[in-house]
Design a protein around this ligand. Structure first.
Ligand code: NDP
Length: 464
């Protein structure tokens, strides 16, 4: 039995266990994929107890199997004229409720298992948004850090030369993720258009002058804070005055901090892979603008923050440490916004020891299964990634709608829609958790809420 088993619930354990055993056997050496599947299957025990039809249709075996996995060579020339070769991927996981939709990640750690976990999570997340989007994910082990703009462009062009034959506005619509921002989306879109001779909404996160949506860059961070606000409301609490920990310093972190400031909260940390900044005075709008310039324009390292703002402390990454010092800063709320498994059991223990009241996940699967269980057992407000960070893909869905209608909505209109979607996602998770007998457990709420719509669509569409 997995660590997240809900006590006291009678479940068809054999079926769930057999699916999990088969996932591990068929997908060896993919621990992140196993982790993501284990968490969802554990919640689905509650559903299968009430709905045997999913078991008869062998829905679980079908939903854990990607519809299609693409893996391809990406050769490109570096600035010295040397030949470089990377590996490209696209996982087309599930198209039961719409075209495949999910980001591209460029990071040296990218491998098949990591992208399968992300694609699997994306299926349930996209379903929760209420928009018609299936789930996918892709990327490459290419590392944009330290590369010139020309190198990034040549890589993106080579990557898209292969990917373009598999995607399209009604088939598969990629977006950004770690290492893929406005610059990369621009290069990818340019190459797609050139090869296909089509100007369509094949990617989201586009520039505003060529089909992008206002608020898309802000959406994941803003959405996560809207979700946190909804969680706090259920305990008659609010963000104003709360000390907040934010990890990472990329897209999600930056706009999480911006929205926290709008709500009157006090963010005190940021980080990157080289270390953590703790600023006891808080990161205000002027400091945030400086971080954005450092990261988005100069493409520098976060340690420079402590040279600029003298009261801030920089703690370099130390692989010998058994915990991340960022999660040991005393605070009310935590917004992990960097990467998967950045909160271990030890980090969760530190957060709880220091009295954390809320964890809202901007990053995908930032908490290990053990950390998740500790948050649930402690009954703090815990917003799992597939619900809390769904604002990004939801706004990508809004970008797709605008592209189809050849219209551009105002900033207020998109932000209002995003806010409403986040309120609705929270409500779905909250009510589903109650309905299935685990009130307050938004992990179950999100997994079950996301699953039902996809599963029913799969049943309706027959054995495909
Ligand atoms: P960015 O590339 O903009 O920023 C990522 C940040 O996380 C950087 O500060 C980076 O530091 C840090 N980071 C990445 N990998 C590691 C690592 N292995 N160890 C320590 N720090 C790391 O990415 P995003 O902000 O877009 O994405 C952050 C998270 O949010 C990811 O989990 C992503 O999947 C998730 N997400 C993003 C969405 C989006 O719309 N962008 C939507 C939903 C989820 P460094 O620069 O040193 O690598």
């Amino acid at each position: 039995m997995s660590v997240l088993t809900t006590p006291g619930i009678k479940v068809p354990g054999d079926y769930i266990e057999s699916v999990m055993i088969s996932v591990k056997a068929k997908n060896p050496a993919e621990p992140e994929f196993h982790q993501a599947v284990a968490e969802v299957l554990d919640s689905l025990r509650l559903v299968l107890a009430k709905h045997p039809e999913y078991q008869s249709a062998r829905l679980l075996e079908r939903i854990v199997e990607p519809e299609r996995v693409l893996m391809f060579r990406v050769p490109w020339f570096d600035d010295q004229g040397g030949i470089q070769v990377n590996r490209g991927f696209r996982i087309e996981m599930n198209s039961a409720i719409g075209p495949y939709k999910g980001g591209l990640r460029f990071h040296p750690s990218v491998n098949l298992g990591i992208l399968k976990f992300l694609a699997f999570e994306q299926v349930f997340k996209n379903s929760l948004t209420t928009l018609p989007m299936g789930g996918g994910k892709g990327g490459s082990d290419f590392d944009p850090k330290g590369k010139s703009d020309n190198e990034v462009m040549r890589f993106c062009q080579s990557f898209m030369t292969e990917l373009c034959r598999h995607i399209g506005p009604d088939t598969d619509v990629p977006a950004g993720d770690i290492g893929v921002g406005g610059r990369e989306i621009g290069f990818l879109f340019g190459q797609y258009k050139r090869l296909r001779n089509e100007f369509t909404g094949v990617l989201t996160g586009k520039g505003l002058g060529w089909g992008g949506s206002l608020i898309r860059p802000e959406a994941t961070g803003y959405g996560c804070v809207y979700f946190a606000n909804e969680m706090l409301k259920t305990r008659k609490d609010k963000l104003e005055g709360k000390i907040c920990l934010v990890s990472g310093s990329g897209n999600v972190s930056q706009y999480t901090i911006e929205k926290l400031l709008d709500f009157g909260a006090k963010p005190v940390t940021v980080s990157d892979s080289n270390g953590v900044i703790y600023d006891p005075d808080g990161i205000d709008r002027e400091k945030l603008a400086w971080v954005m310039d450092l990261k988005n324009v100069k493409r520098g390292r976060i340690r420079d923050y402590a040279d600029k703002y003298k009261k801030a402390i920089f703690m370099p990454t130390d692989i010998k440490l058994d915990h991340n010092p960022l999660w040991n800063v005393k605070a009310d709320c935590a917004f992990p916004s960097a990467t998967q498994n950045e909160i271990t059991a030890k980090d969760a223990a530190n957060l709880l020891k220091n009295g954390i009241k809320l964890v809202a996940e901007g990053a995908n699967m930032p908490s290990t299964l053990e950390a998740t269980k500790m948050f649930l057992d402690a009954k703090i407000l815990y917003g799992p990634a597939k619900a809390a960070n769904a604002g990004g893909v939801a706004t990508s869905g809004l970008e797709m709608s605008q592209n189809s209608q050849r219209l551009s909505w105002t900033r207020e209109e998109v932000d209002n829609r995003l806010h409403k979607i986040m309120i609705a996602i929270h409500q779905t998770c909250f009510e589903t958790a109650e309905k299935y007998g685990t009130p307050g457990n938004l992990v179950n709420g999100a997994n079950i809420g996301g699953f039902l719509k996809v599963a029913n669509a799969m049943l309706d569409q027959g054995l495909v």
